[in-house]
Design a protein around this ligand. Structure first.
Ligand code: ZN
Length: 405
């Protein structure tokens, strides 16, 4: 594996920074590092050579983290999907199943195209949900597992087995989820225990019992509003305590937290912090969102993700996590440069914390996931979606001089 030496980068605090990468890890980072003593010099890609990059003052950021997307559903790189779907959640679920059946959608090809686009834009860690249901069986999982294998040395991908169509009304779904976890999915997904499964105790008992059987974490889509969502949180907290699953539960969306008054939100967030629950938001302009600053004060990780990207649910989304950081900035009214540091944090360190990605960050010993972009600081990088000059993923240069390689 090539040794990389990056000189003349700019840290997020504005200070000059050099980085040396050996064996896919950050071996040294700091200002004015001593030159790497190598016999062979300057030969890109050759074993034993040193690949030297003059960053020319480009901003150094850690590789981005996409905490919540659905690679298997996307139409990325395909003809435009004309969306004529109804507006209810169940309309969208039914519409997607019908479209998949009619179009012969290939989750493997779709996920590979979008996974490569994420890498080219600087995302090196990614959690994707994959539909598991009684129509598709494990077909989508197999497609995304193949993508994970193809990109394995560069993109660190977690797969969530996700019952998009609900569980209790569709006999055989629990067994398919069980098989998915045995086949290579890392995380058990779930969906609104009240609003979709309509029997929250039975639904959450099934979810936690399956997670307990596999010793795996869970990541639940909780769209439920107001008191209904709070009730689902209460039931989850009971089960986390009973099974000792502290630190193994992520709740995506969690719109209900944004509807509570500050005192109730703070009280619930304190309990979520005790239970090690993390939250993920897409920062949607059209929905109420969990309170960002209250989450940070409470010590509850709040990470950012796209959710679906150009699929039958939404025409929006992009594999560029700087664009998602901008959405977070807009949704939470972050204007000052130091506030936009928080938006970047949501698509970097908070994502790694929420999804338990290991060896993450800009420190010696971390996996070498680096982005060098044309910007002065995080704020400028976000609002301009600054061009990525170089991207390093697990020590491999995947973008060089602005070109994906
Ligand atoms: Zn989702």
């Amino acid at each position: 594996m090539t040794t990389l030496e990056i000189r003349n980068a700019r840290g997020l605090d504005g200070s000059p920074v050099d980085v040396r990468v050996e064996q896919g890890k950050i071996a040294a980072i700091g200002s004015a590092l001593p030159p790497y003593p190598a016999a062979a010099d300057g030969v890109d890609g050759a074993d034993g050579a040193v690949h030297r990059i003059d960053a020319g003052g480009a901003l150094l950021m850690p590789g981005f983290v996409e905490s919540h997307t659905h690679l298997d559903k996307t139409t990325w790189g395909m003809p435009w999907y004309v969306n004529e779907c109804g507006s209810r959640l169940i309309d969208r679920i039914d519409n997607e199943r019908a479209w998949r059946a009619a179009s012969g959608h290939d989750a493997g090809a779709a996920s590979l195209a979008l996974g490569r686009a994420f890498l080219a834009a600087g995302t090196t860690r990614l959690r994707t949900h994959v539909d598991i249901d009684t129509d598709a069986g494990l077909r989508h999982l197999d497609g995304v597992l193949a993508t994970r294998e193809t990109l394995a040395d560069r993109l660190d991908m977690q797969i969530v087995a996700f019952p998009q169509s609900g569980v209790l009304d569709r006999a055989g779904t629990v067994e398919l989820l069980d098989a998915s976890l045995a086949r290579g999915a890392d995380v058990l997904g779930w969906l609104d225990p009240c609003a979709i499964d309509r029997d929250p105790k039975a639904s959450l008992d099934a979810m936690f019992s399956l997670a307990d059987k596999h010793g795996c974490p869970v990541d639940i889509h909780l769209h439920e509003p107001g008191e209904m969502g709070v009730f689902s949180f209460e039931l989850m907290l009971e089960r986390i305590a009973a099974l000792g699953m502290q630190g193994k539960v992520v709740v995506s969306h969690a719109f209900c937290l944004g509807e509570l008054d500050a005192a109730r939100a703070d009280a619930l967030l304190a309990r979520l912090a005790d239970a090690g629950v993390a939250l993920i938001t897409t920062a949607p302009p059209s929905r109420i969102v969990p309170p960002l600053m209250a989450c940070r004060r409470a010590g509850v990780p709040l990470a950012g993700g796209n959710d679906g990207i150009r699929d039958t649910w939404t025409p929006y989304g992009s594999p560029d996590m700087l664009e998602r950081a901008m959405m977070i900035g807009l949704r939470y009214n972050l204007r000052r440069d130091d506030e936009l540091d928080i938006a970047l944090d949501c698509v970097t360190h908070q994502g790694a914390r929420a999804c338990w990605f290991e060896d993450y960050g800009l420190h010696v010993g971390a996996r070498a996931d680096l982005v060098l972009a044309d910007a002065r600081n995080a704020a400028q990088a976000i609002v301009t979606r600054a061009p990525r000059r170089w991207v390093v993923a697990n020590g491999y240069v995947v973008v060089s001089e602005g070109v994906a390689v």
